[in-house]
Design a protein around this ligand. Structure first.
Ligand SMILES: [Mg+2]
Length: 258
């Protein structure tokens, strides 16, 4: 096995849930720093820019600089730029819309791509119908992620995957996923670490988005049993993590064994 040269850390459910740090998260990050292992914070959160994600981490007391944040928003921008797409219709938060508007032309007539991200409870029939019509007019459907659900407080909540699936069904199109678990997302994150995927550990609470995606990109996946982790759901996914630890607190111990 190749030695570990870098770490990709999922945020929500791994380092914190809502605004509460997971026990041992700070000590584990400290340990990574001592080992001089470069870290990227990877997140499918599409409501915040890298700068805003970083500010939130710092507020929670976690060491972070914007360059360490690799989010689905960055992955979206890279994907659109690589295909020379200039006119988009983003269904995203106001902050992310402002960020995308600085890079792309927002077009409500004939967009080349409809970009779907998290907009909380702003989903309604009118919005979905507008997106449906853009797609019928030939726009591509791009989704920042297609998570089925997410953990908030004590309950699981419906995530945007349901709306993406609905649009695909109605318009007869296939969405392009640019966030986790797309292999391209993990490959780009590894490239930003300047470490080959085989030497990268990905730590996540989502068996499909984090572990499955990591493995398809050639990284090793570490499942934590915090956040949205449910033993029964993990078993049903038919994905086997390379390693499984109770929480991020056990990461130093795992690294000692590798
Ligand atoms: Mg997570």
């Amino acid at each position: 096995m190749a030695p570990i040269g870098g770490i990709l850390l999922d945020l929500d459910g791994v380092l914190y849930v809502d605004d509460v740090l997971i026990d041992g998260a700070l000590a584990a990050l400290d340990d990574l720093q001592q080992r001089q292992l470069p870290v990227r914070y990877i997140t499918n959160t599409s409501t915040r820019t890298a700068q805003q994600v970083c500010e939130r981490l710092c507020r929670l007391g976690l060491p972070a600089v914007p360059e360490q944040v690799f989010s689905a928003v960055e992955a979206t921008r890279l994907w659109l730029e690589a295909r020379a797409i200039t006119r988009i219709a983003p269904l995203v938060s106001d902050e992310v819309q402002t960020y995308l508007a600085s890079r792309f032309e927002l077009d409500e007539e004939r967009p080349e791509a409809v970009v779907v991200g998290d907009i909380g409870d702003r989903w309604n029939y009118q919005l979905l119908n507008q997106a449906f019509r853009w797609l019928m007019d030939g726009a591509m459907l791009v989704c920042v992620h297609r998570n089925r659900y997410w953990q908030t407080g004590n309950a699981l909540s419906l995530d945007i995957g349901a709306f993406v699936a609905g649009l695909e069904y109605a318009a007869g199109v296939k969405a392009t996923l640019v966030g986790k678990p797309a292999a391209a997302f993990f490959e780009s994150a590894c490239a930003s670490l300047a470490v080959p995927p085989a030497q990268v550990l990905v730590v996540g609470d989502d068996i499909e988005s984090d572990i499955g995606g990591a493995q398809r990109a050639g990284c090793r996946g570490v499942q934590v049993e915090t956040g949205k982790y449910r033993a029964a759901l993990a078993q049903r996914s038919q994905i086997s993590p390379d390693y499984q630890i109770p929480s991020i607190a056990a990461l130093p111990h795992l690294l000692d064994r590798l």
